[in-house]
Write a protein that binds this ligand. Sequence first.
Ligand code: PXL
Length: 278
Amino acid sequence: MKKIAVINDISGFGRCSLTAAIPVISALGVECCPLPTAVLSNQTGYKSYHCIDLTDELESYVDEWKKLGHKFDAILTGYIASAKQADLILKFIDDFKTENTKLIVDPVMADDGKIYGTYSKELCKKVVEISRKANIITPNITELCILTGTNYETIISKKDESLYLNYVADIAKVLLSDNLRSIIVTGVVTSGSICNILVEKDGISVARSEIFGGSYSGTGDLFASVISAEVAKGTSLVYAIELATKFLEKSIKSSFREGTDRNDGVNFEKCLEMLTNE
Ligand code: PXL
C-alpha cells in the first residue's frame, strides 16, 4: 500500500485541508497519514472561527512516527498556521523525505491578488523556502507571483491574449530546478474556461474545465490530494491533472447548481466514485 503524509489543518466546516485530503486519497487507494497542524471550528474565510494551534504538539507527534519507522511515498503540505510551524515542517521534510519520497507543496498563501489575513510576510518567506524543496508545487496565479516576485496586475492584464497560458508558463518555468521538476499553476481563468497548467522543462500541458460560479473553499486541497495520490502510485502527471480537473469540474458544478455558499466548499462527496472506480 502506498502512503502519503499529509501536513495540514482539520476544519469542521469548509470541506478543505484534511477533510478534503483524507477521503480523496483513500478513494484513490492510497493510505493517508495526517499530521494535523491545527484544529479549526471552520476555515478562516467565514466571518469568525476558533483555532486550536497544534504547533507545540507537533514534535512529540512526529517523534512517535519516527519510532514507528514508516517511510512515505509522498508528503503533501498545505495551509500553515504560523512561521514556527513552517520551521517544524522543514524539519519534518529533512527527517522523512528520502530519494523515493515525492514532496508536493501546495503553497497556500493568497488568492485573487491578496495575501490571506493569517499569512504574515515572515510566513510567506517560509512557504517560499518549503516550495524550493518540493518536487511538485501547485500555486494559483497569486501564489505564483509571490514565488517569482512578479507583479499580479501585470500578469492579469495579459489575460485576454491568446498566448496568456504560455506567458504564465514562462513565468513559472523560472522556478524549475534539479528537484522542482513540475509546477502546476491552478485555476488560470481564460475566456470561457478555467485551466490547470503543468509546466515542465520539456513543455506544458493544459487541462481545461467549464466555469461554474466563482472560487470555492477547499478546491486547491482537493486538487493537490488527487495529484499526490496519483504521484504516490507512479501515474503520469498529465493523467493526474486531467483526472483532478474532471473531478473538480463535476464537484463544483454540483455545488453551483445547489447554490452552495463558497465558504462551505464543494460537493465532492457525490463525485468520489470517479476516483474509486479509477
Ligand atoms: O483551503 C485552504 C485552507 C485550509 N485551511 C484553512 C483555511 C484555508 C483557506 O482559507 O482557512 C484553515
